[in-house]
Design a protein around this ligand. Structure first.
Ligand code: ARG
Length: 593
């Protein structure tokens, strides 16, 4: 079904027939001049010099052998390109094959792998804020790209559920009298409800404690102690912790639901805790760890990384190219083991699942952390050689001022507030279309708008949260794609369409099928680049090709029954392909809007 492979094969054979032995550098790609041709190759330009010929002569010789091909039209153009146009019957055949295919033409990986995803990263007892938005958005979409291409996936939210924030929260709650019952002698703590501690209480208590720890040394020391009690399952701390965690996780799930983000596991840092001692022992036994200022560290720098950068003046401190600091796997006070926890988590995941790849989606400030963790795992063979460890590092979501998105007062924006803004905005838009009172529809549109706006950028870039732009019903936006689907729904239901075949009769229909070819191939691009921008762009291009067709052709009033059926089949194909693309991006399709 893959036309690009078909063309590559034909050009290769023809090149060989014309005497070119080495065709390794032959690449066929989509054309940059879509009005002239659909595909193109610069192969002749690459090999001409070596052959001692003019590029155009090489291109002509290749094209010469392909004059009578029934599926493609080949032509040689200056300075030495081979242009390829797909003949219409071949496009029809392709479109109808896609229509029948359960994967809608999206090519499946040859050997499916098990890919484990780690994204979300919410922290128990702390409220999700705007900084937690991109991980579920990007992570969920990347996971779905893998699903769409036939890999097996598992996803874990990897809760921050064992750190100092838990000790701080419990200490503050205790001081404010919420936990008296738990600390009474002889209390049956397992049965005690923690009802007086609500989410609102947690949202007040943690920030309060967090501020206090910076100025009150005693308070901080006690919170450290509490944290250790939790980690060592000492009562009543551990039971209180579990109750708070349950409460908090329920809320976290609700937030992820709003974002169409689902996980196979709600595991957390605490689940890796039983593996921490073993992990440290592995490094010690393999002589990979050394003591440094009372801590245990692993040197992870690699050859060539500590090259000194020449000083511009003698009193400048010596700096090094790409220095990679050692990973700290144990601190002198035993606390805060972020790296060790991630290493132990890999140990655990490898025992339980043996994934072929583990993909982490976090912001780019964690890049060094993950490099260290990955290197540690490879050094200690906790991760086998053939296992791929990938950190997908995303940029910051900024406000219109180009600085990280904040509230008007300069505070941190809660994730729920952002979603609220999007839903309100979508509701207003819908109202102008005469649809009122459908909050769930507004959520689908509002959240879809933000996701499409986010994913349209390459993942590593910062981008601006511009709600008006995201929510626009035309342009490269989520609502525009949803609107196109809704419009097709209406056509198909009015026509009472069941089944039919595609038969291209116009240039507009031809452009749709070419856009579909590009959309299908963009899945692989996303898969390889760990970024969703090419899928967003290709989805928009297909929707826009459809709009052009729709504006220039009367479908419902077409009098030739067969022609009408052919056009409706094309509508159905576009709808299914757009829906699949939106699903992959983690965006809902809507029936009408
Ligand atoms: N909980 C962390 C945070 O809020 C993010 C966790 C990222 N994932 C990981 N495996 N370390 O920053």
């Amino acid at each position: 079904m893959n036309l690009k492979d078909k063309i590559t094969e034909l050009v290769k054979k023809s090149a060989q027939k014309s005497g070119i032995v080495d065709t390794d550098r032959l690449v066929v790609s989509f054309s940059n001049v879509p009005n002239l041709c659909d595909y193109q190759t610069n192969f002749a330009l690459l090999v001409a010099k070596q052959l001692g010929k003019k590029p155009i002569d090489v291109a002509n010789a290749i094209v010469e052998n392909l004059q009578s091909d029934e599926n493609f039209e080949f032509s040689a153009v200056m300075p030495g390109f081979v242009n390829v146009k797909v003949k219409t019957p071949q496009l029809d055949e392709f479109a109808n094959a896609v229509l029948k295919d359960k994967n809608l033409g999206v090519e499946q990986v040859k050997e499916p792998r098990l890919v484990f995803f780690d994204y979300g990263g919410a922290n128990v007892a702390k409220e999700l804020h705007v900084g937690h938005l991109r991980s579920p958005i990007v992570g969920e979409a990347l996971k779905r790209v893998h699903i769409a291409m036939g890999d097996k996936t598992l996803a874990d939210v990897h809760l921050g559920d064992f750190g100092l924030q838990m000790g701080l929260t419990i200490l503050q709650l205790k001081e404010d009298g919420y936990l008296d019952a738990f600390f009474k002698k002889g209390a049956d703590i397992a049965l005690l409800p923690i009802e007086n501690v609500t989410l609102d209480v947690l949202n007040d208590e943690y920030p309060k404690a967090s501020k206090r720890k910076d100025v009150d040394k005693e308070f901080k020391a006690l919170a450290d102690e509490y944290t250790l009690h939790i980690q060592q399952h000492t009562e009543p701390f551990y039971t209180i912790y579990k109750k708070i965690k349950d409460l908090s996780v329920k809320e976290i799930k609700k937030n992820y639901d709003l974002l169409n983000t689902t996980f196979d596991f709600y595991l957390g840092e605490s689940d890796a805790y039983p593996y921490i001692d073993e992990t440290i022992k592995i490094f010690v036994d393999k002589h990979l760890a050394r003591e440094s200022e009372g801590a245990l560290v692993v040197d992870v720098a690699q050859e060539g990384e500590h090259i000194p950068i020449p000083k511009k003046s003698p009193d400048e401190p010596q700096r090094y190219k790409n220095p990679m600091p050692p990973a700290i796997i144990k601190k002198y006070n035993g606390g805060d083991l972020y790296a060790t926890t991630d290493i132990a988590t890999i140990l655990m995941r490898n025992r339980d699942f043996h994934p072929d790849e583990i993909i982490y989606v976090t912001d780019n400030r964690q890049s060094t952390h993950f490099k260290q963790v990955f290197r540690c795992c490879k050094l200690a063979k906790i991760s086998p050689k053939e296992q791929k460890l990938t950190h997908v590092a995303f940029g910051t979501m900024n406000g219109k001022d180009g600085k990280p998105f904040k509230t008007r007062a300069g505070g941190v924006v809660r994730l729920k507030e952002v979603v609220g803004l999007l839903i309100d905005g979508a509701e207003k838009k819908l109202a102008s279309n005469g649809i009122v009172g459908d909050r769930e529809l507004a959520r689908k549109i509002g959240v879809g708008a933000m996701k499409f706006g986010d994913l349209s950028n390459t993942v590593d870039k910062d981008y601006v949260f511009d709600i008006d732009k995201f929510l626009s019903f035309d342009g490269k936006t989520g609502p525009y794609i949803q609107y196109t689907i809704a419009r097709i729904n209406s056509i198909l239901s009015k026509a009472n369409f069941k089944d039919g075949v595609v038969k291209i009769e116009s240039e507009e229909e031809r452009k749709i099928v070419i856009a579909l070819l590009k959309l299908i191939s963009s899945y692989q691009v996303c898969y390889d680049s760990y970024s969703l921008n090419s899928l967003c762009l290709a989805t928009f291009d297909l929707a826009s090709a459809f709009s052009t067709f729709y504006n220039n052709h009367k479908i419902l009033t077409e009098s030739d029954a067969e022609r009408k059926e052919n056009m409706l089949a094309l509508c159905k194909l576009v709808k299914a392909s757009l829906e699949k693309a939106l699903w992959t991006l983690g965006i809902d399709s809507v029936e009408k809007m």
